[in-house]
Design a protein around this ligand. Structure first.
Ligand SMILES: Cc1ncc(COP(=O)(O)OP(=O)(O)O)c(N)n1
Ligand code: TZP
Length: 230
């Protein structure tokens, strides 16, 4: 990450009110999916924050998917983040972008900020977390927490104790998101770390009963905080 990028970002992506009904654009449950079809399915089911994460494919099809995802977000007044493709996200007026550590140096962060877009940033280690905090993004993703086959990782799983430490390091200054290997069986423990949101891929895309599983996530994530986190 260049110094210029850090300076640009310092005042630009702070959490605050969003125009999609979620503080900082972040609902407690944050599905990450690989098609606009998934977004079209999830938003009418009450999902408020979602990410389009397409890792490969034809460029024209990719742009069509991104346009459709953004349009669905507007239609449902939901917070749709676009992973990686910040130029297309800018071009088509996305609500937000999600960038990894390697994406950041190349990204036009000032352009993203000037366009009023939200920025989510991945962190895989304590050092990356500290660097990312300085950028004051809209949210900080912390992962992977548990082993996951969904993405090949070069770092070990961080685990719950490290997640809790990282959430404490951020100390409420910037919303936090836990990702990696989170399912209904693990979500309660993750939630006890006082993280602000849980991001999931397979828990949604491989669900056998999506309506029921989303209801269970909602019930689980509606509880907690008062005692442990406030
Ligand atoms: C919410 C959230 N957290 C982390 C990631 C991973 O992003 P990144 O490091 O850019 O890796 P890829 O997703 O591009 O493989 C994410 N997408 N979303
Ligand atoms: C995109 C990403 N970044 C870190 S872990 C991960 C994948 C999480 O997938 P799952 O929820 O299926 O474990």
């Amino acid at each position: 990450m260049t110094q210029a990028n850090i300076e640009f970002a310092r005042h630009s992506f702070e959490a605050g009110d969003s125009n999609c009904g979620e503080p900082a654009g972040l609902a407690h449950l944050y599905p990450v999916v690989d098609s606009a079809d998934w977004i079209a399915r999830l938003l009418p089911m009450g999902i408020r924050t979602v990410q389009l994460r397409i890792k490969q494919g034809d460029p024209c099809e990719l742009e069509r998917e991104i346009c459709r995802a953004i349009a669905l977000g507007r239609e449902h007044n939901a917070c749709v983040f676009i992973n990686d493709y910040w130029q297309l996200a800018l071009k088509h007026g996305a609500y937000g972008v999600h960038l990894g550590q390697t994406d950041m140096p190349k990204a036009d962060l000032s352009g993203i900020a000037t366009a009023g877009m939200r920025l989510g940033v991945s962190t895989r280690t304590a050092d990356e977390l500290i660097t990312a905090i300085r950028m004051r993004p809209s949210y900080l993703a912390i992962g992977h927490i548990f082993p996951t086959p969904t993405k090949q990782m070069s770092t070990p799983p961080q685990g719950l104790a490290t997640l809790k430490q990282h959430v404490q390091t951020v100390a409420g200054g910037i919303p936090t998101v836990a990702i990696g290997g989170i399912d209904l069986g693990r979500a309660a423990d993750v939630w006890q770390t006082c993280v602000d949101a849980v991001a999931v891929v397979r828990a949604v895309t491989e669900s056998r009963d999506l309506t029921d599983d989303l209801a269970r996530f909602n019930t689980l994530l509606a509880r907690r905080k008062e005692v442990v986190c406030d």
